[in-house]
Design a protein around this ligand. Sequence first.
Ligand code: FES
Length: 68
Amino acid sequence: GDDILSLAHEWDIDLEGACEGSIACSTCHVILQPNVYDVLPEPSDDENDMLDLAFGLTDTSRLGCQVL
Ligand code: FES
């Protein structure tokens, strides 16, 4: 896929993705630049629920596997 998690793996960047994109973990948590965050579609309810469990949650946090 073209999501951040897949891209990170393609480029050998160490981003975990324990559940491989099924919104069942928060190991793919990424903190985005505000200008990037602002142009993305809103996170789904499922993503928000999982983000609530992410360590170090910020206002511009997303699940990497859900960001296209
Ligand atoms: Fe598990 Fe993204 S890889 S929620």
